[in-house]
Design a protein around this ligand. Structure first.
Ligand SMILES: [Fe+2]
Length: 471
């Protein structure tokens, strides 16, 4: 196996891990590489556009930067949907105007093809193609593995790899959480070699204050986790790294393994390995959690749950995910699993000011599903969930539109006062637009569409950086 392939598949390339079901292809003997068609292939140009046409009115309180990450392999369509060099797509909004759109590669050694040499991949050797987080005054691009990359939010230029003053000595994954009260960043990394899991915390200033190796039973894929006010929840699920598959170059070397455990580990946020308490849960896989919180003796986790995934190979995306609530009782040790909505969905989001705390509203993308299988290009629209009432609303899109993650930007203290931002591709003219939806009325037409003269390939996760954070 070539070094670049190893990086792509086991480090750099286990990139997006986002919305598998929404992005599904048909499962045939030969895997259908849906990411080589439609709006998935990479774009070839890095552009800056300042003369942007706007339909409707951009809310003036929505001033800041929306930026989204996703794979954009510089050598052409990759061998796996999650493979590809990270590309950032940013739209700067200010006082009701769209100032600019830029797309920029995250400038990594993988992009520059400077990853030669012997030995295991270096932590800087990542494609950084999954998500972003703004924390401690820095905008960081995140991949599944390796270091984050610091990004200049004024022009999306890559400043360089970021390792928390040398305290980050292992992988950092793409879904850290910010405690809305303390400002602390709670993060983890997983690895295909021991220690398979490392838990970390950084304070509000961005200083790493805790690094804790955690014992698991094997090299399980852990794309996301969840955090409550006092606990962290690790998800050890039965998609397992296989060195045999890695050395034979078999796609992405992770597979469903019926013999592997499926369990959630709950640990006090300031705890250690010995403090982890594991709760067995029915077999499943989860890419993305929506939120978690505590109520009495219970820890509650909401997530997009797949019954199975990647059974035959890692092209096996034909499985729907459903919003599911897991309730772990810390006194009795019981676990309850409760599907909260019958509409297949992915890319769960909430008001991030309620991360780790009780909340009511969630958002996501709806997915087309038939007989338990997903449709190609299956993202059909936007969803809003009322977790108190157990109800949901859908904004269905015409079939020529393909939405991406809808990111909630709050505009007041009320939980659902704000806007959903999503890059939506139009198959008719093969261009994209940033749609701005009123989160209080998601069924209504977008309050604004910022039309782009280019397309934004289907990708993964975004971040919002407020005006004052840009100053
Ligand atoms: Fe993700």
């Amino acid at each position: 196996m070539q070094r670049r392939d190893f990086l792509r598949y086991t480090g750099a390339g286990i990139a997006g891990l986002g919305g598998a079901g929404l992005l599904a292809g048909c499962s045939k003997e030969q895997p259908y590489m849906f990411w080589r068609e439609g709006n998935y292939p990479p774009v070839s140009e890095q552009v800056t556009v300042t003369d942007l046409k706007v339909e409707g009115a951009i809310p003036p309180e929505l001033s800041g930067l929306y930026v989204r990450n996703g794979p954009n392999e510089h050598t052409g369509p990759s061998d796996h949907f999650f493979g590809g060099d990270g590309m950032l797509h940013g739209l700067r909004l200010q006082n009701g105007k769209a100032l600019w759109y830029r797309n920029r590669y995250v400038d990594t050694p993988v992009l520059r093809e400077e990853t030669g040499g012997m030995g295991p991949p270096k932590l800087a050797d990542t494609s950084s193609a999954v998500s972003l987080i703004h924390h401690g005054g820095k905008l960081l691009s995140l991949g599944e593995f390796g270091y984050p990359y610091e990004i200049d939010p004024t022009d999306l230029a890559t400043i360089g790899p970021y390792n928390y003053a040398g305290r980050l000595k292992t992988n950092m994954t793409a879904h850290p959480k910010v405690d809305p009260v303390s400002g602390e960043l709670i993060l983890f990394g997983y690895n295909v070699m021991e220690p398979y899991l490392t838990y970390m915390r950084a304070n509000a200033a961005g200083e790493m204050v805790q690094v804790e190796p955690i014992t698991t039973k094997g090299p399980s894929m852990m794309h996301d986790f969840a955090v409550t006010e006092n606990y962290v929840i690790f998800m050890e699920m039965p998609i397992i790294f296989s060195m045999r598959l890695a050395v034979t170059g078999d796609g992405l070397p992770f597979r469903w393994d019926d013999s592997a455990p499926c369990r959630f580990g709950i640990m006090p946020r300031t705890g250690k390995d010995a403090d982890v308490r594991w709760f067995d849960v029915p077999p499943c896989f989860i890419f993305h959690t929506m939120n978690a919180f505590e109520q009495g003796d219970e820890v509650v986790l909401d997530a997009a749950r797949y019954e199975k995934l990647w059974v035959k190979d890692s092209h096996d995306f034909n499985h729907p995910a459903y919003l599911t609530r897991f309730t772990m009782n810390l006194t009795t040790g019981s676990v309850a699993v409760d599907r909260r909505d019958e509409q297949a969905m992915e890319f769960p989001q909430i008001h991030r000011g309620l991360w780790t705390r009780p909340y009511r509203y969630g958002y996501g993308l709806s997915a087309e599903e038939s007989l338990g299988e997903m449709a190609y290009d299956g993202a059909t629209g936007f969803m809003k969930f009322d977790m108190q009432l157990g109800s949901s609303e859908r904004h269905d899109l015409a079939s020529h539109f393909a939405p991406n993650e809808a990111f909630f930007v709050p505009t007041s203290k009320a939980e659902d006062e704000g806007y959903l931002l999503s890059y939506v591709y139009d198959r008719r003219d093969q261009k994209s637009a940033l749609w701005i939806l009123d989160a209080n009325n998601i069924k209504a037409a977008p309050v604004a569409k910022v039309q782009l003269p280019v397309r934004v390939p289907q990708g993964f996760h975004g971040e919002w950086v407020d005006e004052e954070q840009l100053a």
